[in-house]
Write a protein that binds this ligand. Structure first.
Ligand code: T46
Length: 137
């Protein structure tokens, strides 16, 4: 299962800077998006991606990821802008418990493609069990 990775913090008397390079995260970044202003009690995600790889960083505030590879489920609190959460392909994710100041930055290995999403948990479990039978809509 996924572990958090330490990002490259460059701090000096002026403050902090974090640099993320593709050689550290294992994929070239084709897309960047960020979530902010998430309302209290809202849960997001509830899908997996067939091919997409991502790295999520709570650059401000905090939120919790629930990651499920079809065999085991784990919960990871993101609350440090110096830690990145790699999310492999074929991982079901749910995001909960956003703080009101949370800014969640996500680096993605591919352009946006709705056909890459699996938004039904039973289909996800079936695809994990039998990858050859999985067909994008
Ligand atoms: C993920 C988690 C962490 C786009 O048009 N382009 C984009 O690049 C993205 C990411 C989304 N959208 C559209 C699709 C929906 O109409 O923005 C809307 C909200 O997307 P979604 O409901 O998929 O958002 P989340 O927060 O449930 O999931 C997102 C990413 O979609 C997903 O890949 O891993 O954040």
């Amino acid at each position: 299962m996924t572990e958090l990775i330490n990002l490259n913090l460059k701090g000096d008397s002026r403050g902090s800077l974090v640099a993320i390079e593709d050689r550290q995260i294992g994929f070239a970044v084709k897309r960047v998006y960020y979530l902010f202003g998430t309302n209290m009690g809202v849960a997001r995600g509830f899908h997996a991606h067939r091919e997409l790889r991502q790295l999520a960083v709570a650059v401000a505030g905090s939120c919790t990821f629930i990651l499920d590879d079809g065999k085991a489920r784990r919960s990871i609190r993101l609350d440090d802008p110096c830690l990145g959460l790699p999310i492999a392909a074929m991982t079901w994710r749910e995001m909960i418990d956003f703080s009101s100041d949370c800014v969640l930055l996500v680096l993605a290995s591919e352009h946006y493609n709705e056909a890459d999403y699996i938004r039904d948990y039973d289909l996800f479990r079936a695809a994990v069990a039998s990858p050859a039978l999985d067909q994008p809509c």
